[in-house]
Design a protein around this ligand. Structure first.
Ligand code: LHQ
Length: 261
């Protein structure tokens, strides 16, 4: 697939994906969603691609649905069908990809763009980043997983407050709430995110991918089921080359060289 809305570049083990509609604050369209899904599919299949870094070109990260592209005001448009075909599978593809996704939030993340940022695993923010629920601002409920992640990340009461009031959250507040992992000055944040993505990509990526699976699994099951699942996946990682290498390197007092298998 040739990408029209994304810049995609592989730098060693990291696939750097830049949302590239800066004049629209990288607002989402069905095409953007298709292209993100395609990247996830390719990264999932290619052993040389061991992590994704997702960011936005220009001043915004992602302004959510491109409000100029769909005119839903006539009332004959199925919002449900739009979401089922676009942002739902996009967010699912990111969550199901068993490789780490670092999101470098460079500017505003609004509406479904907020959901896109939350669908990644680790968020580093520029001091200029901000999170804008936006949905209620145009009379809509949250989508793209925002109602799923927000109570889990910041608590039910805060999530209600933010979503009901359309409260804008700046980078510092986002870090205090746990919405982003770290905030950096604008001129260094992308390098910080790149360095994290490279570090993850050279790590035991089979174990990291299965840790992502195990964390996903934990969200909907009992403690007993979860520790059973831990034991099952420990068996998988325990028989990996990375485990052999990790233990050998430890005993030989040297840095491990993980292959992700
Ligand atoms: C935009 C957009 C945008 C187009 C900024 N579209 N151009 C799912 C299913 C179906 C339908 C509806 O929605 C959904 C899910 C959703 O995502 S709902 C939420 C949709 N998004 C919004 O309501 C956000 C609207 N945008 C904003 O609130 C602000 O623009 C944010 C907070 C993103 C940025 O604020 P500022 O930094 O003050 O920038 P700005 O407002 O000046 O915007 C910059 C440019 O980007 C501007 O264009 P211009 O030509 O004037 O420079 C905006 O028109 C454009 N833009 N969001 N969603």
């Amino acid at each position: 697939m040739t990408y029209e809305t994304l810049l995609v570049e592989q730098i060693e083990g990291v696939v750097e994906v830049t949302l590239n509609r800066p004049e629209k604050y990288n607002a989402l369209t069905a095409q953007v969603a298709r292209e993100i899904m395609d990247v996830c599919k390719k990264v999932g299949r290619d052993a040389s691609m061991r992590a994704i870094l997702l960011t936005g070109a220009g001043r915004g990260f992602c302004a959510g649905q491109d409000l100029e592209e769909v005119d839903d005001r006539a009332g004959d448009h199925s919002f449900r069908s739009h979401l089922l075909k676009t942002y739902n599978p996009m967010a699912m593809a990111m969550r199901a990809l068993e490789k780490p996704i670092v999101v470098a939030v460079n500017g505003a993340a609004a509406g479904a763009g907020f959901g896109l940022a939350l669908a990644g695993d680790i968020r580093y923010a520029s001091e200029h980043a901000k999170f804008v629920p936006a949905f209620i601002g145009i009379g809509l409920v949250p989508d793209t997983g925002v109602s799923y992640w927000l109570p889990r990340l910041i608590g039910a009461g805060r999530a209600a407050e933010v979503l009901f009031s359309n409260e804008r959250i700046n980078a510092q507040q986002a870090a205090e709430m746990g919405l982003v992992n770290k905030v950096f000055p604008a001129d260094s944040f992308l390098d910080e995110a790149r360095s994290l993505a490279q570090k993850l990509a050279s790590g035991p990526t089979l174990g990291i991918g299965l840790t992502k699976r195990i964390l996903n699994h934990s969200l909907g099951v009992s403690f007993a089921e979860q520790i059973d699942y831990e034991a099952y996946l420990q068996d998988v990682t325990g028989h990996s080359a990375d485990y052999q290498e990790g233990v050998t390197a430890f005993l030989e007092k040297r840095a491990p060289e993980f292959k992700g298998m």
